[in-house]
Design a protein around this ligand. Structure first.
Ligand SMILES: *[C@@H]1O[C@H](CO)[C@@H](O)[C@H](O)[C@H]1NC(C)=O
Length: 254
C-alpha cells in the first residue's frame, strides 16, 4: 500500500514536471521566429512597410513589387490548398479554405486594380520578366507543397502571413491620414481582427504539427522557414533595386 502510494506520488511528480517542461518550451512557431534572428526584424521593419504607411512609397517601387508579388499568387494558392488538404480535420480545414477564397478574390483583383491605377497596362505588366527572387520564392512554395508534409507547408505560409500581420498592424497604427487607396488597401488586407485570426489559425496548426515531429522533420521545417524569411527580405529589396518607371505611353495604353 505504502509502496503503491509512493509510486503514485512519483508518477504525479513526473507528470507535473512534464507539464511544466511543456509549458516552458516555446511554441514551435515562436522557436522558428527566434531562429530567424535579426532577419525577422529586418523583414517586419523593412523600409517598404514604413514608406507604405507614411504614403511616401515611390510609384516605381510599388509597381515593381506588385508585378512580382502577383506572379506567385498562383504558387501561394497551390501551397495553401495543399495545407488545407493535409490538415487533420474539417475544423482545421475551414479557416484555410475561407482564407483561400479571400486570396483568390479581393487580393487577386487588388493587384490589377492597383497596377492600372499606377499607370501600368495589362500588356506592360505581362511584359515584365519574373525576377530571380520571384523564381526562388515560387520554387520554395512549390517544394513545400510537394513535400506532402504539413509542417513544411505551414512553415512557409506562417512566414508570409505572420510577418505581414506584424508590419500590417504597425502600419495601421502609424499610417498617414490621407493614403491613396492602393496604399491603404494593401495595409488593410494585412491587418485587423480577421487577418489576425488567419495568422493565429496557421500558427496554431504549425505549433500542433511541430510537437509531433522528429528531429529531422523539425530541422527540415526550420530550413524552409528560414528560406522563406530570406526570400521576404530579398523580395522587398528587389522592388528598390529594380523599380518600374511609368511607361511613356501609359496613358494611351489605358
Ligand atoms: C503616382 O501615381 C499616382 C496614380 O497614377 C499619381 O496620381 C501620382 O502623381 C504618382 N506620383 C508621382 C510622384 O508620380
Amino acid at each position: 500500500m505504502a509502496r503503491a502510494g509512493r509510486q503514485r506520488v512519483a508518477l504525479v511528480l513526473v507528470a507535473l514536471s512534464c507539464q511544466r517542461a511543456a509549458a516552458e518550451a516555446p511554441l514551435f512557431s515562436e522557436w522558428l521566429r527566434t531562429e530567424a534572428g535579426p532577419q525577422w526584424e529586418r523583414v517586419v521593419g523593412h523600409r517598404f512597410t514604413r514608406e507604405l504607411a507614411a504614403g511616401r512609397l515611390r510609384n516605381e517601387t510599388l509597381r515593381s513589387y506588385l508585378v512580382q508579388d502577383h506572379r506567385f499568387l498562383d504558387d501561394f494558392s497551390v501551397l495553401l490548398a495543399s495545407a488545407i488538404a493535409a490538415a487533420p480535420t474539417l475544423d482545421d480545414r475551414v479557416p484555410g479554405a475561407q482564407f483561400l477564397a479571400l486570396v483568390t478574390s479581393t487580393e487577386n483583383t487588388y493587384f490589377s486594380r492597383a497596377l492600372r491605377a499606377l499607370g501600368m497596362s495589362a500588356p506592360a505588366e505581362a511584359a515584365v520578366a519574373d525576377a530571380p527572387i520571384t523564381t526562388r520564392f515560387k520554387r520554395l512554395m512549390r517544394s513545400a507543397a510537394h513535400s506532402g508534409k504539413l509542417a513544411n507547408m505551414l512553415a512557409v505560409l506562417v512566414v508570409a502571413e505572420w510577418s505581414y500581420e506584424t508590419w500590417g498592424e504597425r502600419a495601421v497604427a502609424e499610417r498617414a491620414p490621407a493614403l491613396d487607396w492602393w496604399h491603404a488597401e494593401w495595409i488593410e488586407l494585412h491587418a485587423g481582427p480577421y487577418f489576425s485570426s488567419v495568422v493565429a489559425y496557421l500558427r496554431g496548426l504549425l505549433d500542433r504539427s511541430g510537437e509531433k515531429l522528429g528531429e529531422a522533420d523539425r530541422l527540415e521545417a526550420r530550413s524552409l522557414f528560414l528560406e522563406a524569411v530570406d526570400c521576404e527580405e530579398a523580395f522587398f529589396n528587389h522592388a528598390y533595386a529594380e523599380p518600374l518607371a511609368e511607361p511613356p505611353d501609359a496613358k494611351s495604353e489605358l
